[in-house]
Write a protein that binds this ligand. Structure first.
Ligand SMILES: [Mn+2]
Length: 363
């Protein structure tokens, strides 16, 4: 991908209209429909899609078509994320070094992968991509839509960008990458005059010993970070931030995940000590490999915990693992939880967006 000047769209929201913000749908149409239903989204609302509705998930083209359909009413406003800019495939010969073809083969899913599959191009068995790129013009309508998306939407009280921005220069002075690719934006400590709403960086990664996928509203910095890690995390969710109207800070949210809801039968005392092994720092040493659970030591910290063996990447002694925690949730009989994993020892569940273990019985 090539770094280009950012395009910014100004929006004047009508007074009194609700503003919903959803980011990082990543081709998961089921989650997207689910969260819109939970939010009771209607033509009376404004909907900001804050980047990365493509890649990683199973139905990128379906998600794009759904967004294109929704956008016809004029109240749906997509912003480009770092995973959405596929129109560049026509504008630069990205096949020069073969990286794009390698990426498609390695991923085995995603927007271009779906398009080539639909066009009957066998990605695994072509030597070069360039000769096949013109076939993609069958999807000009879709590429035109992607090309037309801004890299940021600005308004009186809210700025919507996929990943972040600098407080020291106007939005228009940023490059696309500067708005689309910043990791850990909230941890930079920047403060803003008006609210900056971002996705891109799963909010769980800001946690230390606890995993919470709910939006983070930082009142001091005026940043709202909403990426619930939909599909990227085994226990991820798709959040919709709800801004009651353009002059309101009475924020709320709804979250969709596909996990079954159950009721807790016994009180459980929460753990006082826990750790969260996460993406980017997930190297573990396997001390004792079991069929269901393996005793592991987190390499950087030395912290030991039992990890679901299926979460380990390889059979080697030093390996990586999916995000996981040994946090035991404090729960009361009657609480509802959403069950992510059912194991012989108990359940890995979510309670109000927080993930952890429950070792009692469920109704
Ligand atoms: Mn992103």
């Amino acid at each position: 991908m090539f770094d280009l000047p950012a395009s910014v769209r100004w929006l004047d929201f009508q007074p009194g209209r609700r503003i919903l913000v959803i980011s990082d749908i990543h081709g998961n149409l089921e989650y997207f429909r689910g969260v819109l239903e939970l939010a009771a989204f209607s033509p009376e609302d404004e909907l900001i899609i804050d980047g990365d509705f493509l890649e990683k998930g199973p139905d990128c083209l379906g998600t794009l078509h759904f967004i294109m359909e929704l956008s016809k009413r004029g109240n749906v406003h997509p912003v480009r994320g770092n995973c959405d800019g596929w129109h560049s495939v026509f504008e630069h010969d990205e096949d020069g070094n073969g990286h794009l073809l390698q990426y498609l083969r390695w991923k085995g899913c995603g927007f271009l992968w779906e398009l080539f599959r639909n066009l009957g191009v066998d990605i695994m068995n072509i030597p070069r991509l360039s000769p096949y790129v013109p076939l993609l013009h069958a999807y000009d309508r879709e590429f035109d839509f992607i090309r037309a998306m801004p890299d940021a939407i600005d308004s009186e009280n809210f700025t919507f960008v996929h990943a972040g921005r600098s407080p020291d220069k106007p939005l228009e002075a940023h490059s696309q990458d500067e708005l689309n690719k910043i990791d850990r934006f909230m941890a930079r400590g920047d403060h803003f005059r008006k609210w900056t709403v971002v996705g891109h960086y799963p909010v769980v990664l800001y946690g230390e010993d606890r995993v919470c996928a709910n939006p983070i509203i930082n009142w001091e910095q005026k940043i709202i970070s909403i990426d619930g890690g939909c599909i990227l995390k085994d226990d991820g969710q798709l959040n919709a931030l709800i801004i009651p109207h353009k002059d309101s800070e009475d924020f709320s949210f709804v979250a969709y995940d596909p996990f079954p809801e159950r009721r807790v039968l016994k009180d459980q005392v929460g753990s006082s000590r826990s750790y969260y092994i996460r993406w980017g720092d997930s190297q573990v040493q396997v001390l004792e490999r079991g069929e269901e659970f393996s005793r592991c030591r987190h390499v950087r910290t030395g912290y030991e915990m039992d990890i679901l063996t299926k979460y380990l990447f390889t059979d080697e002694e030093i390996t990586g693992c999916n995000d996981c925690t040994d946090y035991v949730l404090p729960l009361k009989a009657g609480d509802t939880v959403r069950v992510v994993e059912t194991c012989s020892r108990g359940y890995f569940v979510k309670h109000n967006g927080v993930s952890g273990w429950y070792y009692g019985e469920l109704e």
